[in-house]
Design a protein around this ligand. Structure first.
Ligand SMILES: *[C@@H]1O[C@H](CO)[C@@H](O)[C@H](O)[C@H]1NC(C)=O
Ligand SMILES: *[C@@H]1O[C@H](CO)[C@@H](O)[C@H](O)[C@H]1NC(C)=O
Ligand SMILES: *[C@@H]1O[C@H](CO)[C@@H](O)[C@H](O)[C@H]1NC(C)=O
Ligand SMILES: *[C@@H]1O[C@H](CO)[C@@H](O)[C@H](O)[C@H]1NC(C)=O
Ligand SMILES: *[C@@H]1O[C@H](CO)[C@@H](O)[C@H](O)[C@H]1NC(C)=O
Ligand SMILES: *[C@@H]1O[C@H](CO)[C@@H](O)[C@H](O)[C@H]1NC(C)=O
Ligand SMILES: *[C@@H]1O[C@H](CO)[C@@H](O)[C@H](O)[C@H]1NC(C)=O
Ligand SMILES: [Cu+2]
Length: 812
C-alpha cells in the first residue's frame, strides 16, 4: 500500500498504513542516505525479496568482500544474495560502497551515512528444520495524536482472539513525524494462517478499529527455507518474519467489537481534517506520481481586450481579461482538467498564456510560452489550452508574450486539495503586484536602452485595489472571530518584491508555491516575484480592523515604489468593516532573501551531487553600444541573452527533428531521462558596470529543489555543504545579489522548459535558458497540439503584414 491513504488518526477514524517504503523510492534516490527516515521499514526489491532497512553501522563485523557496482541499497542486497556466505550487507551512501558481512555480524555503532539490511540465514538463525514458533514482527506506519497508542489483535490466542485488551500493544520507540512507526514482535505458531487488525486506543480508552478488510498472514513453518530470503532487522537470535500491509487479504468482514465509533476508511476533508482529501488521496500522496483523475473539466473563456481601468483611482490603459483586473480566478479541484479558451481581441499584440507553476506533466505543448511551445496567438485568433491539475494549492497565470502581463493579462489559480494544517474559512487568493501609470510595455522599451535604474513603480495593488492621489480604495478581507482563515498570497509583480504582514497577527505558512510544507508561524513573510504562500490566519485578537502591509524591499535592493510604506489593505473582523485601522506594524529588517524553514511535507531525497555534477550558469548584465550611439541592455546567461523566434518555436525543431538551434535560443539539451540534474546559478560582474541585483529564478515544467544559496562565489567544495535531505521544493527561488543558487531537478518530464528571471525587465532583456528535456520523447508522451500549425500560420500572416509593433526584446 502506498502512503496516499489518509494517515493521520483522528479520535474517531482509525486509518493505518503500511510501513513499506514507497515503490521505487530507494532506486530513484540512489546515493542518498535513507537512514534514519526509512529505518525499520520494509523494502521489496526487484526480486520480490523483502528486507528491513536497518540504520546502525557495523564496526567489527567480518567483511567478506565489497563492491562498488551497487548504486543503491536494493542492488547491494541483491549482490549479497549472489555472494556465498553473505548474511548481511551494508551500503555506504556517500561512496556507493556495498560490503558483504559474514555469519558473525558483529556489533555496531550508529552512523547515518550507512544503510543496512540484514538477512537472517540458516547459519545465523536458530538452524534449519522446522520451528514450532516463529517471531513475527508487525510494523505499522501510523501517525497518532497525543495520548493515542496502537494495539494489534487477531484470530489466534497470541493475538487475543480479536479482543484488543488481550492483544498486543505496539510500541513506537523512535516515533517521529517522518517515521511514525509502531511495531511489536510476537511468537506465533509456525505454519498458522493468521488474520489480524490494528486498533488505535485514544487517551480516554476509546478504541477504533482499522477499516476492513482483515490482514492475513501465513506464519512460516520451516525456519531455514521459508525465512532465508526475508531481510530482517538484526536483533534476535530467532528467525523472524516481517509483514507489511501488502499481505494477502482473504475475505472482508466488519469488526464487531467497536466500543464507540464505527470503523471507517473514509477520511473526509473538513475543517478538522484538512490533511484528508477523497478517494484515498491525501496530503500524504506523492503528487509527482499519483493524483486523482476526477473526470471533471472546469472551463473558462478569456476575452483579452484593450480597455482603460482605474484600480487605484488613476485611469490608464489595461490589457484586461474579461474587462477586469486582475483576471478571473481559475478554480478547480485537484485532479480536474482545466480548459481555458483565450480570445485575443487586442488590435496590436499577440498573446500566449502560461499557467505558472503548473507541471504540465507530459503536456509541454500547453505551457504557453511563445517561441518555445507555440507561436503567439495573433490578434483576432482563439485557442483553447487544456491541462490537468496534478498538484494542488495556489498560483497564477499570465501572458508570456514579452512583458504583457504587467499591463493586465494576469489572474489567479486556486486548486482545492488537502493541506498540512486545519482551517475553517477559505478566503481565496490575495495577489500583490506593482503598478505603473505608463504601460509596462512603454517602460520596458525605455529600460532596454538606458543606463539607469529600472523604472520606479507608481503604486502597488493588493487584490487588485489600492488608494492613490486619484482616489481608489483599500481591499477589504473579512475575518470571523475565533476562526482560522486560509489566504493564498501571490506576488504577480513585474519588478517589486514584498514583505507582507498583518498587524497584531501571525501567519501560519502551509505551502510554498505548489508544495505543502510543515506548518510554521511567521510575523512577516518575504514573497519574491512569482512565488506563492498559503497561510492560515487565526482571528484571535480583539475584534477590530487591522492593516495588512505589503512593503517593497527597496533598502535591500529588490524594487522601488513611489507609494512604498502606504501599500496596505484592511483585514476587518465582522462588524468592524468600516473602521479605519490604527494598528501597529510588526518590525523587521528589509530583505531580498527567501523565507527559510520551508520543509516539504512529502519527504524527498535528492541524491548527493558529487563534485563535477553541478553545471554553472552565470548571470550578468551587458550594456552594448550601438552604431547610432544608443545602448542596449542585455541580461545574459553564460554571456548570451535569450532571444526567441516567435514564428519558429522550439517544439517546431523538435517535431522536425532539427537541432540547428540558434545560439541565442540559450538551449540546454538534457537528453537523458530520469536523471538528476544539478545547477548553480551564479551572479557575476557585468560589462561595463557591475550591476548586482537579486533575481527570482523560475523553472517551468518542474518544481526544483533548493539545495542552498550563497552570497559569494561558488566553489566546488560548496557541493558538500548543501542540503540534500528533504530540501525546500518550489518553482521560484531567489538568487542572492552577487551570490549563487544551487538547484536540482529530475528529468522526468520531456519538453522544452524555460528557466528565467521573473523580473519582467530582465526576462525581456534575455535572462533565460531553455531546457530541452528528453527531446526524443516529447512527441511520444504528449501530442504537439493540433492547433500548433494553424496558430503559427495565423501569426505569420499577421506579423508579415506590417504590424504596429515588432519584437524588440527576448520575446518572453
Ligand atoms: C545476481 O545473480 C543473478 C543471476 O546470476 C544476476 O542476474 C544478477 O545480476 C546478480 N545481481 C547482482 C546485483 O549482482
Ligand atoms: C492494548 O494492549 C495491551 C497489552 O496487551 C493491554 O494491556 C491493553 O489493555 C490494550 N488496550 C486496549 C484498549 O485494549
Ligand atoms: C476478520 O475479523 C473479525 C473480527 O474483527 C473476525 O470475526 C472475522 O472472522 C474475520 N474475518 C474473516 C473473513 O476471517
Ligand atoms: C491599446 O490601445 C491603444 C490606444 O488606442 C493603442 O495605442 C495600443 O496599441 C493598443 N494596444 C494593443 C495591444 O492593442
Ligand atoms: C504590444 O502593445 C503595446 C501597446 O499596447 C506596445 O507598446 C508593444 O510594443 C506591443 N508589443 C508587440 C510585440 O506587439
Ligand atoms: C480578493 O478578491 C476576490 C474577488 O473580490 C475575493 O473573492 C477574495 O476573497 C479576496 N481575497 C481576500 C484574501 O480577501
Ligand atoms: C556556463 O559556463 C560555465 C563556466 O563559466 C561552464 O562551466 C558551464 O558548463 C556553462 N554552461 C553551459 C550550459 O554551457
Ligand atoms: Cu532578474
Amino acid at each position: 500500500m502506498h502512503p496516499s491513504q489518509c494517515l493521520r488518526v483522528s479520535a474517531f477514524a482509525a486509518t493505518v498504513l503500511a510501513s513499506a517504503i514507497p515503490q521505487g523510492a530507494l532506486e530513484e534516490r540512489a546515493g542518498t542516505p535513507i537512514c534514519p527516515t526509512y529505518a525499520n521499514k520494509v523494502y521489496t526489491d526487484s526480486n520480490n525479496v523483502q528486507y528491513t532497512v536497518y540504520c546502525p553501522g557495523f564496526t567489527n563485523g567480518p567483511t567478506i568482500a565489497t563492491t562498488n557496482s551497487a548504486t543503491n541499497l536494493a542492488e547491494c542486497m541483491q549482490a549479497c544474495d549472489n555472494q556465498s556466505g553473505c548474511v548481511a550487507a551494508n551500503f555506504h551512501t556517500g561512496v556507493n560502497q556495498c560490503s558483504f558481512i559474514g555469519p558473525t555480524v558483529g556489533s555496531y555503532v550508529y552512523d547515518s551515512s550507512f544503510n543496512y539490511a540484514v538477512k537472517v540465514s540458516a547459519t545465523s538463525g536458530s538452524g534449519s528444520g522446522t520451528c514450532s514458533s516463529v517471531a513475527v514482527t508487525f510494523n505499522e506506519l501510523v501517525t497518532t495524536t497525543w495520548g493515542q497508542s496502537v494495539n494489534l489483535t487477531g484470530s489466534i490466542s497470541q493475538l487475543g482472539n480479536w479482543s484488543p485488551g488481550l492483544g498486543v500493544a505496539l510500541s513506537a520507540n523512535q516515533y517521529s513525524n517522518s517515521n511514525p512507526l509502531w511495531s511489536a514482535t510476537v511468537n506465533l505458531p509456525a505454519g498458522t494462517t493468521v488474520q489480524y487488525k490494528y486498533v488505535t486506543v485514544a487517551g480516554d480508552g476509546t478504541i477504533n478499529w482499522e477499516a476492513d478488510p482483515n490482514h492475513s498472514f501465513v506464519v512460516p513453518s520451516a525456519c531455514s527455507t521459508t525465512i532465508s530470503d526475508t531481510w530482517q532487522q538484526l536483533s534476535t537470535a530467532t528467525p523472524s518474519a516481517t509483514k507489511s500491509l501488502s499481505s494477502i487479504v482473504s475475505g472482508t468482514i466488519t469488526a464487531s467489537t467497536t466500543s464507540s465509533a464505527a470503523p471507517t476508511s473514509t477520511c473526509t476533508n473538513s475543517p478538522s481534517s484538512r490533511n484528508c482529501w477523497s478517494g484515498g488521496f491525501s496530503v500524504e500522496t506523492d503528487f509527482d506520481t499519483n493524483w486523482p483523475n476526477t473526470g471533471r473539466t472546469v472551463s473558462y473563456n478569456f476575452d483579452i481586450t484593450n480597455v482603460t481601468l482605474a484600480p487605484d483611482g488613476f485611469t490608464r490603459p489595461v490589457l484586461a481579461i474579461n474587462g477586469q483586473y486582475p483576471g478571473p480566478t481559475i478554480e478547480a479541484n485537484w485532479g480536474d482538467m482545466i480548459s481555458v479558451t483565450v480570445n485575443n481581441k487586442l488590435q496590436n499584440n499577440g498573446t500566449s498564456i502560461h499557467w505558472h507553476g503548473i507541471r504540465q506533466y507530459h503536456n509541454n505543448g500547453q505551457d504557453g510560452v511563445p517561441g518555445v511551445t507555440e507561436c503567439p496567438l495573433a490578434p483576432g485568433q482563439s485557442k483553447t489550452y487544456t491541462f490537468q491539475a496534478t498538484q494542488y494549492g495556489s498560483s497564477w497565470y499570465h501572458s508570456h508574450f514579452s512583458c504583457q502581463y504587467g499591463d493586465g493579462v494576469v489572474g489567479q489559480i486556486m486548486i482545492h486539495g488537502p493541506a498540512t494544517a486545519n482551517y475553517d474559512i477559505e478566503l481565496g487568493p490575495l495577489p500583490l503586484t506593482d503598478w505603473y501609470y505608463q504601460t509596462v510595455n512603454y517602460h520596458a522599451s525605455l529600460a532596454e536602452h538606458q543606463n539607469a535604474l529600472p523604472p520606479e513603480a507608481d503604486n502597488a495593488l493588493i487584490n487588485g485595489s489600492m488608494t492613490s492621489n486619484s482616489g481608489g480604495k483599500y481591499a477589504l478581507t473579512p475575518l470571523t472571530q475565533g476562526k482560522k482563515h486560509r489566504v493564498r498570497l501571490m506576488n504577480t509583480a513585474v519588478d517589486n518584491h514584498f514583505v507582507v504582514s498583518l498587524d497584531g497577527h501571525q501567519m501560519q505558512v502551509i505551502a510554498s508555491d505548489f508544495v505543502p510544507v510543515e506548518p510554521f508561524m511567521v510575523d512577516t513573510l518575504f514573497i519574491g516575484i512569482g512565488q506563492r504562500y498559503d497561510v492560515i490566519i487565526t482571528a484571535d485578537q480583539s475584534p477590530g480592523a487591522y492593516w495588512f502591509r505589503a512593503d517593497i524591499q527597496d533598502k535591500a535592493g529588490c524594487g522601488s515604489n513611489f507609494n512604498n510604506g502606504n501599500i496596505r489593505s484592511v483585514f476587518a473582523y465582522v462588524g468592524h468593516e468600516t473602521e479605519n485601522p490604527i494598528s501597529t506594524a510588526h518590525s523587521y529588517t528589509q530583505t531580498c532573501n527567501d523565507q527559510s524553514g520551508l520543509v516539504p511535507h512529502w519527504n524527498s531525497y535528492v541524491p548527493i551531487g558529487k563534485t563535477g555534477t553541478f553545471t554553472e550558469l552565470t548571470t550578468s548584465q551587458l550594456q552594448q553600444n550601438e552604431n547610432d550611439g544608443s545602448i542596449t541592455v542585455y541580461w545574459q546567461i553564460n554571456g548570451s541573452a535569450l532571444s526567441i523566434d516567435w514564428d519558429k518555436p522550439t517544439l517546431e525543431y523538435v517535431r522536425t527533428g532539427s537541432s540547428g538551434f540558434p545560439s541565442d535560443s540559450n538551449l540546454i539539451q538534457l537528453p537523458n531521462a530520469n536523471v538528476w540534474t544539478y545547477w548553480v546559478i551564479q551572479e557575476v560582474a557585468g560589462n561595463p558596470y557591475n550591476v548586482a541585483v537579486p533575481h527570482p529564478i523560475h523553472l517551468h515544467g518542474h518544481d526544483f529543489y533548493v539545495l542552498g544559496t550563497g552570497t559569494t562565489t561558488w566553489t566546488a567544495a560548496d557541493a558538500n555543504s548543501l542540503n540534500y535531505n528533504n530540501p525546500t521544493r518550489r518553482d521560484v527561488a531567489m538568487l542572492p545579489t552577487n551570490g549563487w543558487l544551487a538547484l536540482a531537478f529530475q528529468t522526468d518530464n520531456p519538453g522544452a522548459w524555460l528557466m528565467h528571471c521573473h523580473i519582467a525587465w530582465h526576462a525581456d532583456e534575455g535572462l533565460a535558458v531553455q531546457f530541452l528535456e528528453s527531446a526524443s520523447q516529447i512527441q511520444n508522451v504528449g501530442n504537439i497540439p493540433s492547433d500548433f500549425d494553424s496558430q503559427c500560420n495565423a501569426w505569420e500572416s499577421y506579423y508579415s503584414n506590417n504590424p504596429a509593433y515588432l519584437q524588440h526584446d527576448s520575446g518572453i
